[in-house]
Design a protein around this ligand. Structure first.
Ligand code: KG4
Ligand code: ZN
Length: 336
């Protein structure tokens, strides 16, 4: 069969990225331009600034990608773009760029879900074997998903309230750590000890998650210390939080594994929080103990990038699932 090259575009938050992927699994080239330093000055992503910067950066990213890949747009077979979920103004920049390229170069347009992108990033390591158990952990999602085939997702359990990444970001603010929150909490946690007593979320055998109680407990520790005029130990509180938060992911994955071990071929982890090295280590320990194969994308494919978007578009390309120019960006959209 002829090789298929897909040009992916990602602009759902504060990274402008484009990538060319061969056959859904082989990276030709990727460019990521992050706005992190700009948003760090404000303590978080400012949507209006993000969309303006995407507009400024998108052509720079395209030029850089084409130079790096040594390819022309004529040589790619399709244009894939994240259409949601994410910040509407940011998504629109990528979607409009994709539509223009699709129209001008007469290439099929593939609408790609951001979380499907995070999941399919695993194909850059090795082909996802079905059925697989996926732990999806990002700023908006915390769920265990049984992936029965390409784009056949069965949610086994999700969060009843906050997503894990969201709580990492909140804890970072409570500890006065700069944006981006998650990686900074991890950095502090590495230097601390588990000294604070925090509640175990959803201490039962269900596959649901809940992080609001843990989040409130961290906030209360900080407030109570302030009222008493005492200092909290940021390193220890970060460590105590991280231990409990990650243990919950591992504990629930173990329960799901016991239920589905005989049917699944492996475990995959997807989403921004999969960049957390403690989670990576603990998931590896779990999968060793349970004797099941684990796949987590390398760090550069865990955070937002367009390589994962082009990977996720490949099964759609094979099925001929294309969008027309009426494609619109959606801030919130279900994958399942
Ligand atoms: O998947 P993602 O890039 O964006 C969404 O699609 O939501 O995930 C972003 C989330 C943020 O909440 C960020 O704090 C978290 O992933 N994150 C981390 C780490 N790196 C990113 N959380 C914990 N430890 C990390 N190393
Ligand atoms: Zn993401």
């Amino acid at each position: 069969m002829k090789d298929v090259f897909i040009l992916g575009i990602e602009s759902s938050c504060d990274e402008t990225s484009m990538s060319i992927i061969k056959n859904g699994c082989e990276e030709v080239a990727t460019t990521v331009l992050t706005q992190m330093d700009t948003h760090a000055e404000y303590g978080g992503v400012v949507p209006e600034i993000a969309s303006r910067m995407h507009t400024e950066n998108i052509t720079i990213v395209l030029e850089d990608l084409l130079k790096k890949s040594n390819m022309t747009i004529d040589q790619v077979d399709a244009i894939a773009v994240t259409y949601g979920p994410g910040l509407l103004g940011s998504l629109l920049v990528g979607v409009e760029a994709a539509k223009v390229l699709s129209l001008v170069y007469n290439k099929p347009l593939i609408a790609t879900h951001h979380i499907a992108g995070h999941i399919y990033a695993n194909n850059l390591v090795k082909p996802i074997e079905f059925p697989s158990l996926a732990l999806v952990v990002s700023g908006g999602h915390t769920e265990l998903v049984l992936m029965e085939a390409d784009y056949k997702f069965k949610v086994l359990g999700s969060t009843k309230d906050d997503a894990i990444g969201e709580v990492y970001d909140k804890v970072a603010r409570v500890l006065d750590l700069p944006y981006p929150g998650g990686p900074n909490v991890e950095k502090y946690a590495k230097q601390g000890n588990h000294t604070y007593d925090l509640p175990i979320p959803m201490n039962n055998k269900e596959l649901e998650f809940s992080y609001s109680g843990l989040k409130s407990a961290v906030i209360n520790i900080k407030h109570n210390a302030e009222q008493r005029g005492e200092e909290i130990n940021k390193y220890d509180l970060a460590r105590s939080f991280q231990d409990v938060a990650i243990d919950e992911l591992v504990r629930k994955t173990r329960i799901a594994l016991h239920e589905y071990k005989d049917t699944i071929k492996g475990v995959i982890v997807a989403g921004g929080v999969s960049a957390n090295s403690f989670l990576r280590e603990e998931m590896q320990k779990l999968c060793n103990e349970e004797n099941v194969d684990l796949c987590i994308p390398p760090m550069k494919y865990c955070t937002d990038n367009a390589a994962m978007i082009a990977c996720a578009a490949y099964p759609k390309y094979l099925k001929g699932e294309f969008s027309d120019l009426s494609l619109d960006a959606k801030s919130s959209v279900e994958l399942y």
